[in-house]
Design a protein around this ligand. Structure first.
Ligand code: PAF
Length: 279
């Protein structure tokens, strides 16, 4: 497996594989791999002949009071894990090359980025879309895999790709969960033992809502009540948002139906966790 740091070397690598007719599959990440990342990489190796994974804790998608500085990092461990699932290349750029002095071009998908995480993390998605487009331009993959845990991010990237005619296929990957149901996230490492127990309330609440929905309850108000009650009765938690609405336009709906999504962001202690279920 190769570790590439410079943008020009990454471009050369991709160019030479493209010229040999290889299909390049890409998984953009911020590192500190867990089984969710590894599942995306395995999916990528089914989709392409060569797999590139980027590791870049992107400063422009973190707000001034967020966890950029303490976001977990461990390159050596990530290299071992990525090579264990057959990744061909890790792109690990320097922030100074990604964002040189004077950098000032931004990509925005304002409609889809307005609510949910966009409301509580102003500027977050502008940072995500900008860095993802930069990574797409540098890595030049044929296909890229994104996890559905970051559901809003996935929809925004799909829209950016459509709107800007980016010749890359976006492949969603289902949420990968711990055995008890907690969605895997690098941020789970922040949780204390007590908080880890409380963190399960996101999954429990979503599963309860799905069960009610499948039993015929489609009223967003009724489902919201149930979800919020489960979370409020769990110690150490505070709801950031509970969204029930269209999985395409990310606008609220009064009656849920096929294609609706229930998405949650919940503070557990000082850690903000997200999860969702597609109906
Ligand atoms: O989902 C993530 O880890 C990040 O938002 C991404 C897509 C790698 C962009 O920095």
């Amino acid at each position: 497996m190769e570790l590439i740091r410079s943008i020009s070397k990454m471009r050369d690598w991709s160019k030479s594989h493209r010229e040999r007719g290889r299909k390049i599959a890409f998984v953009p990440t911020m590192g500190y791999f867990h089984d969710g990342h590894l599942a995306l990489m395995k999916r990528a190796s089914e989709l392409g002949d060569k797999v590139v994974v980027s590791i870049f804790v992107n400063p422009t998608q973190f707000g001034p009071t967020e966890d950029f500085a303490r976001y977990p990092r461990n390159l050596d461990r990530d290299i071992d894990l990525a090579s264990s699932v057959g990744v061909d290349c890790i792109f690990y750029p320097e922030a100074s090359e990604m964002y040189p002095e004077g950098f000032d071009t931004w990509v925005e998908v304002p409609g889809l980025a307005k609510g949910l995480c966009g409301a509580s993390r102003p500027g977050h998605f502008r940072g995500v879309t900008t860095v993802v487009l930069k990574l797409f331009n540098i890595v030049a993959p044929h296909v890229a895999v994104f996890g559905q845990k970051d559901y809003q991010q996935l929809k925004i990237i799909q829209k950016m790709v459509r709107d800007l005619n980016i010749p890359i296929e976006i492949v969603p990957h289902p949420i990968v969960r711990e055995p008890d149901g907690l969605a895997m996230s690098s941020r789970n490492t922040y949780l204390s033992a007590e908080e880890r127990k409380s963190a399960l309330c996101l999954y429990k609440a979503l599963m309860r809502a799905k069960e009610l929905y499948e039993g015929g309850v489609t009223s967003a108000k009724a489902l919201r009540q149930e979800v919020e009650e489960i979370i409020r009765s769990t110690p150490l938690t505070r709801i950031d948002y509970c969204f029930l609405g269209s999985g395409e336009t990310l606008t609220e709906e009064e009656e849920l139906g096929p294609g609706s999504v229930i998405a949650l962001a919940v503070w557990v202690g000082k850690t903000r966790l997200i999860d969702n279920v597609l109906l």
